[in-house]
Write a protein that binds this ligand. Sequence first.
Ligand code: SIN
Length: 278
Amino acid sequence: MQSMTVKPMWDGFGVEITGIDLSKPDTETQDKVVELFHLHGAVVVRDQNLNPEQQMAFTERFGEPETNTRLEYTYPGEPRIYVISNKKVGGKDIGDYQAGLGWHTDSSYLEKPAMCTMLHALEVPAEGSDTLLADLCAAYRALPEETQRKIDNLKIHHSYQALMDMKGVTLSDKQKAELPDVVHPMVRTHPADGRKALWVSTGTTRGVIGMENPEGLELIQKMVTHATSEPFVHAHKWRKGDVLIWDNRCTLHRGTPFDVSKYVRLVHRSWVKGDRPV
Ligand code: SIN
């Protein structure tokens, strides 16, 4: 196993790893990173240069890679990698540069949402484009006990169609049938150690089961506002070569804008399938 330096990224959330090379087929080192990931909410491994094949080999150490529902910006020949970029080749966009600008947890519209998301930065703007991560366990712990009791058994209605409606995308009947609405708990228990997360999101949410709207949607928004308030949010400032992996079971995340007329951003994203939230 390669020796690694592990440091806390932020107070009580996330770790930074240096001194290893993930492109090597060294599963022992990679599995140590996976172990840290399950306990810390997010991991950044600095100074990497992974081709798509190497990124997918590392992704597979976390579990089974998830496919993408929108294929137009996936990497040629590797549809499990989604290209986030404002770069053009031959006058054509090679990626989606506006992926994930609102607070969300990935694929919460699926019965089994993605467990983790991995972003590998190949080109980074000199300013802007931070990825923000909200620590949903700290957000849950900070709620008054009475609020925790009130929300502990609530369930949220999530919908892929709601997300696509918001983006102005019309779904075919086949897509609608393949991605039916789902119901998930508002408070999610992490399988690694039983910690609880305030598992709310925006974009896919239609309301709270057993509650009328607007009260249901207002409650979700109130919880998102709490979870994404200053004490729980951490900004990842990108360096070229970073591999950032976050745990969707206990975080919300969002991208932030940058000056697309001045800078290029090129990031390769992969996902790992998850379990049904409990
Ligand atoms: C995402 O939400 O998948 C991407 C976030 C980012 O581009 O920083």
